[in-house]
Design a protein around this ligand. Structure first.
Ligand code: DC
Length: 238
């Protein structure tokens, strides 16, 4: 089963602020596996659309753009996350902006866009394995993944995490406004007709409210080891 689609995959889904980005990076690093930040693909598309003057509700034009995107992900040992290039330009920092997040949430609601990005995401599944971070990794993109994780945290906690993250970057933010944005984005991601945000039936759910990143990573690695995933590397560490 683990090898059904090629290399093994661990899917990590959940709402924004649940910690899935950091947890996915750390798990991929610990196992020595590749990382797919699927949200970055939707963010890149929103950015490319803005640059090309394509409206964020023009489904056909966006799907066409999604199929032609010149995007590359560069994994850098020792560096957090991946560097993202659009038409050769490093857009990693710009992708984290609220404008790209907001645009990503809009284009991600369009069926033709999701379809156009499907094969691109599956192409990341290469040996020795892949940790795939997103909203529909376990339900749609990699339904045969041998381990599916669904992370949650209260909206309150997620707003506080985002606030602390922005503060650390020197950005002043209003906690109440962040809470409202997170709640609105959750509602849109969970209620859209295509690939709504929901746990796969066979996903292991972890509520990260009150847990440290280390504790969540540890739990995921234990689950992976129990399923015989990444055992060689785990043995090396002990
Ligand atoms: O995880 P993120 O904040 O980078 O995601 C940006 C947006 O893209 C978010 O509104 C949800 C959407 N998304 C999605 O619909 N499916 C995915 N697999 C990943 C992200």
């Amino acid at each position: 089963m683990a090898e059904a689609g090629g290399a093994p995959v661990i899917t990590v889904d959940g709402p924004s602020g649940s910690g899935k980005g950091t947890v996915s990076q750390r798990v991929a690093h610990a196992l020595g596996w590749h990382l797919l930040d699927s949200g970055a693909l939707y963010r890149v598309l929103a950015l490319a659309a803005r640059r090309a003057g394509v409206a964020l509700d023009d489904e056909a034009a966006l799907a066409d753009l999604a199929g032609r995107l010149d995007v590359s992900f560069e994994e850098r040992p020792g560096e957090e996350g991946v560097r993202v290039r659009l038409d050769g330009e490093d857009v990693t920092a710009e992708l984290r902006s609220e404008a790209c997040g907001e645009g990503a949430s809009r284009v991600a609601a369009l069926a033709a866009v999701r379809e156009a990005l499907l094969e691109r995401q599956r192409a990341f599944r290469t040996p020795p394995g892949l940790v795939a971070d997103g909203r529909d990794m376990g339900t749609v993109v990699f339904p045969d993944a041998p381990l599916k994780i669904y992370l949650t945290a209260s909206a309150d906690e997620r707003a506080r995490r985002r606030w602390r993250q922005l503060r650390a970057q020197g950005v002043e933010a209003d906690l109440a406004a962040l809470y409202r944005e997170i709640a609105a984005r959750d509602a849109r991601d969970a209620s859209r007709k295509v690939s709504p945000l929901r746990p796969a039936e066979d996903a292991v759910q972890i509520d990260t409210t009150g847990l440290t990143v280390d504790e969540v990573v540890e739990r995921v690695l234990e689950l992976a080891a129990a399923r015989g995933l990444g055992a060689a590397r785990a043995r090396e560490k002990s």
